[in-house]
Design a protein around this ligand. Sequence first.
Ligand code: XUL
Ligand code: CO
Length: 439
Amino acid sequence: MTEYFKNIPKIKYEGPNSDNPLAFKYYDADRVIMGKTMKEHLPFAMAWWHNLCATGADMFGVGTADKSFGAEEGTMEHAKAKVDAGFEFMEKLGIEYFCFHDVDLVPEADTLAETNARLDEITDYIKEKMDATGKKLLWGTANAFTNPRYMNGAGSSNSADVYCFAAAQIKKALDLTVKLGGKGYVFWGGREGYETLLNTDMKFELDNIAKLMKMAVEYGRSIGFEGDFYIEPKPKEPTKHQYDFDAATSIAFLKEHGLDKDFKMNIEANHATLAGHTFQHELRVSAMHGMLGSIDANQGDYLLGWDTDQFPFDVYEATLCMYEVLKAGGLKNGGFNFDAKNRRPSYTFEDMFYGFILGMDTFALGLIKAAEIIEDGRIDKFVEERYSSFNSGIGLKIKNGEATLEELAEYAEKMGAPELPGSGRQEYLEGIINNILFR
Ligand code: XUL
Ligand code: CO
């Protein structure tokens, strides 16, 4: 078997004092935190598209990284080489999961039948590798946005034929997800949005997307898919307005169409930023609806307005993310998929490993610190006390839904004017976070 990542050893935990760039400083798979190992808290996944396919091409230049893996691109030989390279990569990093789009796995053929035959062949091969190594599929999805036929979206397309083609891709991607034992199926609304309302029937498009999702749920359940369906919200890019703008919008859409029992959110950090929210906000909105499903772990650049998909480096963000995840009781079927790519000038194989080591260490550090915040208790205690006026008297009646507007007005009239509601103490709380992060 060819070794693709020569000179890269199995990446081990060496601790914070190590200066070995090919070692983990914080990710210690078997370390127990709040009753579970780091590996259980952090089911990391490799995104097939970024890691094995993307070469760093952008709007101004071709790729800089060589991802041919010794084979000619666009061939099945190349598709297989990517499988071999991908499994070697996961093995060397100790990553258990991967995620894919259909077209990441094989080159698309002229007909659906031929593409599907190629997908059958490659997934037979992937399955063999999974059985031999214990690697697992976190989620699968269909790419219904790259091919020109999807210029106006897939479920939101104005063309019924294009809509059917997307349905066929989704059906096949669900078959493959079930075949590989995947725990999730993602709908990222690639081009499900619009460029101008002058040519768009928004309500019609949204209803059609819901119909496609319903058909996917019915089909998925009929072939034994027991995992979660996910919407991955994103506010813009590639279209000017994407319908799955953020978690709140997506959850309202799911509830309106009766899809909320089968779907949860796949929250991507960089998409949250683009929506003008923090990552933590999107996680909290999802969690409070019981719909925190999975995470696309990356980060954006606050100075840029697009989806830079960088490896996570910001420990504050990762800590607050893990705080939300711990508070929500963990991710049931979900994981931490590095939907992240190296910067274009970081084009070597070593850089691919440095990206993952950075991301895994950032989340490991986030987990350690989030657990310390919870165990420390000062933040939770403050929040609890902040609402203590609702624990008795009129406050409790409001909380229990037993009060009337007249009653509250009468209470207020007797009271005169309320005292100021108490300091929010933001700076005190931020000081606690710094204290815990850097002590
Ligand atoms: C695009 C994005 C996708 C989804 C899967 O911004 O995040 O890669 O994660 O389609
Ligand atoms: Co993503």
